[in-house]
Design a protein around this ligand. Structure first.
Ligand SMILES: [Zn+2]
Length: 150
């Protein structure tokens, strides 16, 4: 995987913020609670959790919630993002962002932006956005070049 960044470490407060917000996840249907924390380029950390809905398609992923918090806070670029779920030692599932969230992250990140995810057994794995969303469609395809260009 050419764009994987195994030696990048998350910001000191990123993981604990994601784990803290995980406890607020509203997931009564899937019982799959997810927390996300974004380090914005402004140095602030923005948190979000998944919010499900009885009308299932109206639910929102943790990454989307964290992105909304970042934008509401006035920041338009992700420096790092960390996504965690409740996990046990025997849990083999990884909480990689869904395809829709990869696209949402792409709107506010670069190909080399680190994405940290809860991996097997609760360890943290690191990827780049470019590794998770190669050949991405983005604002450059619509003639927009800079992040934050409105
Ligand atoms: Zn998602």
């Amino acid at each position: 995987m050419p764009n994987t960044v195994n030696n990048v470490t998350p910001h000191a407060d990123l993981l604990k913020t994601a784990q803290a917000v995980l406890g607020n996840a509203y997931a009564p249907y899937s019982r799959f609670q997810v927390g996300a924390a974004i380090l914005g380029v402004d140095g602030n950390i923005y948190a979000g959790c998944n919010v499900e809905n009885a009308a299932y398609p109206e639910g929102q992923c943790a990454e989307a919630s964290a992105i909304a918090a970042m934008v509401a806070g006035g920041c338009l670029e992700i420096a790092q993002i960390c996504i965690v779920k409740k996990s046990t030692k025997t849990d083999s599932a990884q909480v990689a962002p869904c395809g829709g969230c990869r696209q949402k992250i792409n709107e506010f990140a670069r190909a080399d932006t680190p994405i940290f995810v809860h991996g097997k057994g609760g360890d943290l794995k690191s990827y780049t956005l470019g590794a998770l969303l190669p050949v991405a469609f983005g604002k450059q395809d619509l003639g927009k070049k800079d992040l934050g260009e409105k």
